[in-house]
Ligand binder design. Structure first.
Ligand code: ANZ
Ligand code: ZN
Length: 805
């Protein structure tokens, strides 16, 4: 054993033995209970940052802990490898996106290994690998044929100077990041995943996610945005009726006009004969408005000359065409209630339309619910009661119908980028849109010789584009868009179960390993990534590929790593490089600090003092055990005797095991688990090294096992030296429940319910013995005077003796 804590050598030795033997490779074993630990896979930017270190340390602590508990643990790792940064980096550094990506993967893999993470590298996935994205294309085709993927036109950011589509990140203050030109909106055909078909199920099943943080569940709920509303028909002379959708039926008496969308069928019909209307429509429809303009878009409208009748009171109100009503939502028409809706208010002020208050308030514009006024028979009702009653009344007359609506929209997945998964569609003049033949998958992303501004899309790859129609055999063209990179990350967790399967997307192993038992990642993915993964699990289920619906049983969202109160970031120049930290203090110190400094789900303030403190703790434990081992080595043949252990030791050991186990397993409270281990180290240091050999040996042995998930190199090395055995043979210690009961207890002595004395006495001491002591106490006798005065004695075992006089 090294004289001092030589972390460089220790970590090097351990890592080379772990990674050369691929020690953490997981095998399906139906005789064992599986445990699947997954940390969100990184984008291969080239450098690990502290957020990664925190994320992956949490995952590794749980994995190692579960292994000691006897679970068959799988902890895989891979790379979310497609995406825009690779294109930018390739241009900037005069390289190619794939080359840049794979170099980064190599560098980051080395960094991960230098932290001692017990990862199963035999399951490594890079999403840019054709063996991976082939199956994404395969699923795309299945879904397309089922109608779960469809095409519709949708807006993109268009740079008129560079003549290219921009990702949102490339639009800065409404201008193209490179050209500086005002970005325009352009309508182009794009593919959509019909996630709205699953809105109801995705919403309902949130309730079953017991292992998720409540705030994440709420964010999912809000994103899906289930709400109830009513479709209401307003009678109309020329067009018979106009239907609107509202969530605020309680404000029906306050509707002062109807507003219909520019592309509403009535607008279209009127424009055929009315020049003013057709001009208005054309002016407001024209594409090429800048993003910035659209954001602030002024509300514009035009009176149609039509009137409609409010079904609740027979009042006639004007019908307007307006640019703020969307055709794609509800009925493409609204009843406008300016007194209680912001947009309607702005519009009414601009065009001098009536504002009628129907919810009590002292403000001219009030958007909340409340008590009804100016609403005839419904005055005095609460909004919710009014919605029900008006709803009932109109429904019975068949002019309203209750509807469930979701805020969730279908997921547009087309990206006009190079570095992504090609969409496996072929455009044929004869047959239209045709899926590539399954047996020709993958549709390989064409390799580039060079990558620059003029050459950064698939659109320039003539050999890729020209193909044969799988249906009629005539010349045809391939789709040149690629998929949103969120698609790859929506199913990677399943593919880890069978990463090399080449006959199908998933196999039997997926049902063995899924669901993920513990998922760990940043709160920034609380909405889209988790929702898309939940959606994909259902798609895979419906294809018969897996038999679960919810992919992540338990979710932990780790907090941010801050320095000087703000998020570590390159732009702020407040980053700490994990590599330097490991070089200076070792991986174990870094791991220990990051788990000790704050609760895992809260933000962690970086502190050099804290790092030094964690390092000092490890050095102290090292020295303590080193010195103890010297004494042991001085004995002739030490033989552990467990029969005569000191009671206080047994209590301390069981207490520590009990607390650490519960903290890691159930509470995921790693910092308090470490604090208990630190206390236990302090306790052990008070024991006499010559007289307490058995206690110290057992104490250190258990300490090392319990420290091992946090500081695996440290523990493994010292354990081997101390016990001459491998720590891998050990199982997680169990607390002895009998030892947990302390040998003595404090009993409170009361007279007439008032505390008069405390008595320290053996555990479970019988009432007679406690009474004897109590009546011997001056403090008690003063209030009892004579024993014959006692009327009654109430005894609560191990707690209270109350004497009533
Ligand atoms: C009257 C009203 C009064 C409304 C009031 C709100 C407040 P969510 O909750 O997002 O579903 N709306 C309906 N269809 C629309 C469309 N195609 N384009 C623009 N707005 C539309 O929103 C429902 C509310 O959004 C509806 O309730 C409607 O305005 C508006 F004090 O009706 B409300
Ligand atoms: Zn064809």
């Amino acid at each position: 054993m090294y004289e001092t804590y030589n972390f460089h050598e220790i970590e090097k030795e351990c890592q080379s033995s772990w990674f050369s033997s691929n020690k953490f490779a997981a095998k399906k074993d139906s005789s064992k209970k599986k445990y699947y630990v997954l940390s969100m896979f990184p984008y291969p930017s080239g450098k690990l940052h502290m957020g990664h270190v925190r994320n992956y340390t949490i995952g590794d602590v749980i994995s190692r802990f579960k292994r000691f508990q006897g679970f068959n643990v799988m902890q895989p790792m891979g790379w979310d490898a497609f995406g825009l940064p690779a294109e930018n980096a390739a241009i900037k550094n005069n390289t190619l996106p794939d080359k840049w990506t794979y170099q980064n993967i190599d560098a980051m893999k080395e960094q991960l290994n230098s932290l001692g993470f017990s990862l199963d590298w035999s399951r490594e996935i890079a999403t840019c690998d054709p063996n991976y994205y082939k199956w994404e294309q395969w699923l795309f085709i299945k879904l397309f044929k089922k109608g779960l993927i469809y095409k519709k036109t949708s807006r993109v950011n268009w740079d008129p100077v560079d003549q290219t589509v921009l990702a949102n990140e490339q639009v800065i203050d409404g201008k193209g990041w490179r050209s500086g030109a005002l970005v325009e909106q352009k309508e182009i055909p794009q593919y959509f995943f019909k996630i709205t078909d699953f809105a109801e199920e995705l919403d309902k099943d949130i309730n079953s996610l017991d292992g998720w943080p409540p705030q994440v569940k709420l964010m999912q709920k809000n994103w899906i945005g289930k709400s109830f509303g009513y479709r209401v028909e307003f009678q109309q002379k020329e067009f018979n009726s106009i239907a609107i959708f509202t969530t605020r039926l309680d404000t029906l008496h306050g509707a002062t006009f109807l507003a219909i969308a520019i592309d509403h069928p009535i607008s279209v019909e009127l424009s055929k004969t009315n020049k003013e209307i057709s001009d208005f429509i054309n002016d407001n429809k024209k594409s090429g408005v800048s993003t910035a303009e659209l954001e602030k878009a002024e509300k514009k409208g035009l009176f149609t000359g039509l009137f409609a009748t409010n079904p609740i009171n027979g009042k006639s109100i004007p019908v307007w065409i307006s640019n703020y009503v969307l055709m794609g939502y509800g009925e493409g028409a609204i009843m406008a209630v300016p007194a209680h809706d912001d947009r309607d208010f702005e519009f009414a002020k601009k065009y001098s339309l009536d504002v009628i208050q129907v919810i009590e308030s002292d403000q001219e514009l009030y958007t909340g619910k409340g008590i009804l006024i100016n609403s005839d028979d419904f005055n005095g009702l609460s909004s919710d009661d009014a919605i029900n009653q008006i709803g009932k009344q109109l429904s019975s007359k068949k002019v309203a119908e209750k509807q469930t609506k979701y805020r969730l929209r279908d997921w547009g997945i087309s990206r006009q980028r190079y570095w992504g998964c090609p969409i496996p569609i072929i455009h044929c003049n004869e047959c239209g849109e045709v899926c590539e033949n399954e047996s020709y998958l993958p549709v390989m992303l064409p390799k580039k010789e060079k990558f620059d501004f003029d050459n950064q899309s698939i659109k320039t790859e003539i050999d890729f584009i020209n193909c044969i129609c799988p249906s009629c055999g005539n010349p045809a063209q391939r789709e040149t868009d690629t998929m949103d990179t969120f698609v790859e990350s929506s199913w990677y967790f399943a593919r880890y179960a069978c990463p090399t399967e080449n006959k199908s997307m998933l196999n039997d192993e997926a049902n063995y390993w899924l669901p993920v038992d513990q998922y760990i990642g940043g709160i920034e993915h609380a909405i889209l990534h988790l929702l898309y993964s939940r959606f994909f699990s259902r798609l895979l289920r419906d294809e018969g590929l897996i038999n679960i619906s919810e992919p992540f049983r338990n979710l932990l969202t780790q907090g941010m790593v801050l320095k000087d109160g703000s998020k570590m970031s390159k732009s702020k120049g407040n980053t700490v490089d994990p590599g330097e930290l490991i070089e200076k203090f070792g991986a174990d110190t870094a791991r220990l600090f990051i788990m000790f400094a704050a609760p895992a789900d809260q933000s962690l303030e970086w502190s050099d003092k804290g790092i030094e403190g964690s390092h000092r703790f490890l050095k102290k434990v090292y020295t303590q055990i080193f010195n103890f081992k010297k004494i042991l080595d001085g004995q002739n043949a030490f033989n552990l005797k467990e029969s005569n252990l000191n009671n206080e030791f047994k209590f301390q050991l069981s207490k520590t095991i009990d607390k650490v186990t519960d903290d890691i397993d159930r509470r995921k409270s790693f910092n308090t688990a470490i604090a208990s281990l630190m206390e236990f180290v302090n306790y052990l240091s008070t024991l006499d090294k010559q007289k307490s050999l058995n206690e110290l040996y057992l104490g250190y042995k258990n300490l090392l096992i319990m420290l091992s998930p946090f500081v695996p190199h440290f523990s493994e090395y010292i354990f081997t030296k101390l016990t001459a055995q491998s720590i891998d043979q050990e199982t997680w210690p169990l607390a002895n429940k009998d030892d947990l009961i302390q040998s003595t207890q404090t009993i409170v002595i009361q007279v007439n319910g008032k505390v008069r004395d405390n008595i320290e006495i053996d555990n479970n001491a019988p009432q007679e013995i406690i009474e004897e002591k109590a009546f011997a106490s001056e403090k008690v006798l003063r209030f009892v005077e004579e024993r014959s005065n006692v009327k009654k004695i109430i005894f609560i075992k191990n707690k209270i003796l109350n004497i009533v006089v």
